[in-house]
Every structure is written in structure tokens, then in C-alpha cells.
Design a binder for this molecule. Sequence first.
Ligand SMILES: Cc1cc2nc3c(=O)[nH]c(=O)nc-3n(C[C@H](O)[C@H](O)[C@H](O)COP(=O)(O)OP(=O)(O)OC[C@H]3O[C@@H](n4cnc5c(N)ncnc54)[C@H](O)[C@@H]3O)c2cc1C
Ligand code: FES
Length: 275
Amino acid sequence: MYKILEKKKLNEQVTWITLDAPFVARKVEPGQFVIIRIDEKGERVPLTVADFDREKGTVTIVVQAVGYSTKKLSALNVGDSVADCVGPLGLPTEFGEPKKAIVIGGGVGCAIAYPQAKALHNMGVKTDVIAGFRNKDIVILEDEMRKVSDNYYVTTDDGSYGEKGFVTDVLKRLLESDSYDLVIAIGPIPMMKFVSKTTEPFGVKTIVSLNPIMIDGTGMCGGCRVSVGGETKFACVDGPDFDGHKVDFDELMRRNSFYREEEAHACRMEAAING
Ligand SMILES: Cc1cc2nc3c(=O)[nH]c(=O)nc-3n(C[C@H](O)[C@H](O)[C@H](O)COP(=O)(O)OP(=O)(O)OC[C@H]3O[C@@H](n4cnc5c(N)ncnc54)[C@H](O)[C@@H]3O)c2cc1C
Ligand code: FES
């Protein structure tokens, strides 16, 4: 069992949860994820490790309540436990040796981008962060991101906070005014697609973190397959980070929406069974 040591709500839908998970904390690197099962009947939920503390043996996940399991997980409290926390899974982010980087987070993707920005900052890399949200009410991790960035830019679709517009507007401006050798983008698939399209003409290495449907998380089931540079890759063992200029984002969007109806149905069934 993995005990919840800390919990804070970042916005209406997003919760920061720190777990006592010393074996994961000992080995995890930025970019890797865990698979959590709330109880022995629970489904497997892949979640990126948003932060970790090797000395304390803790691992932090940031959960957006979108369906049955993430709502149930978000409702747990300090002192409660989850049955399984398996990991670290996937490959750590390969940063290379950049001199100047831009880290982009969209919505809850900011939580996944946070360890990347922190790692680059700790490596002494000049790091600019662009965080994008639909509106002011759902802005998360601003203080944390500011601490690990040289410049922090925030955009909202409706202009209620920061700059009105999309992360790609700021990205284009930065790429035109300075030279960067790495962009990391994590967020909704369309955002990662358009970030990659924006960086391509500038020839800047662009890493995206993909979130296809995952089942076993060990390369056995094929559920998480994605096309990268015309080759089939399994995001759970070959990723989740990939070269954004090579990813077939349209196929990923189609595959991710494939089970939407079944998930909604299963969610209604489980809710009815559990009352
Ligand atoms: C590598 C990876 C890292 C992720 N990191 C985070 C994170 O840090 N924070 C966060 O809030 N979410 C993260 N996700 C997404 C998270 O796993 C899903 O939101 C969650 O599984 C939804 O389950 P549910 O029962 O609450 O919702 P459901 O109603 O079952 O599904 C809602 C939506 O979530 C997605 N989803 C459902 N099941 C899975 C699955 N087994 N694998 C992947 N996606 C699924 C689908 O797009 C689906 O339409 C990550 C996904 C992957 C693959
Ligand atoms: S989740 Fe089964 S192969 Fe990746």
C-alpha cells in the first residue's frame, strides 16, 4: 500500500498528491510515469511523476479528474492509501546538452512539464517556460514554474490572465527573437501538434510527451502504439517522449477517441454498481 502524505487542490479539477513510494522515488527520472491502481479491483491509471524526493522517498502525481478512476483518486485524503504504484515506467527524457530551452505546458500538461523545466534549470540551462490555459481559474503551478525558469509566460484563450492567445503565439515570437536549441511541449495533442509545426521551420529539436491509451505499461499489449517517423512505437517502453517533428498526431487523436463511448458507459456502470 502507498500512503498519501500530502494533498492540495490546484484548481477545481486538478489535485497534487504526494505518495510514500520509496522504491519509485529512488530510481525515477523526469519524463517517467507510474501506473496506479486505487484498490485491487481498480483499473490501471498511468500518471506522470510530477516531482520526487529521493531522501524522503516520496513521489508526487498531479491528477486531472476526467473520469471514474481519476475522480476517485482525487477524492482520497491524506492518510488514505492506494493499492499499487508501479514504476518508474517509460524512458527518462533525453535532454542532450542544450544551451537555451523552452518548456511548454498546456493545462494539466504543466504538471508533467514541471519536472522537465526543473531538471533543465538544475543543469544550468537557460529555460523559458510558456504555460497555456483556457482561462484564469484553471492556472496551476505558476509559483513553482517561475522558480525554475528564466522567463515565465502565461497565455489564456480568453485573455482573463496573462497574454490572450495560444502558447504558439509566444513560442513563434521567442523563436524569431532569440536562438534556442530545445523545445519540450506537453499538453493536449492539438497543442503538441501545432507547437511541433511552429518549431519545424526553425529546425529546433522538439520533444513531446505522448499519452495514448495504456493498459499494461510494459510493451506487451500494444494498446499504446503510435506512429513515429513511419515506424510503430510503443509509448510505454519507447516513450512517452518522442520527436515532435516525426509523430503522426492525427492518428494518435483518432486512436485516443476510439474508446470514448465505452469509457463513458463503463463509468456509468461502475457508478451504478458502487452506488
Ligand atoms: C504516459 C501517460 C501519462 C499521463 N500522465 C497524466 C498526469 O500526470 N495527470 C493526469 O491527470 N493524467 C495523466 N494521464 C492521463 C490519465 O492516465 C487518464 O486521464 C486516466 O487514465 C483516465 O482514467 P479515468 O477512469 O479517470 O477516465 P476515463 O473516463 O476512463 O477516460 C477519460 C479519458 O482518459 C484517457 N484514458 C482513459 N484510460 C486511459 C489509459 N488507460 N491510459 C491512458 N489514457 C487513458 C482517454 O483519453 C479517455 O477518453 C497520462 C496518460 C499517459 C498515457
Ligand atoms: S501499454 Fe501495453 S504496450 Fe504499451
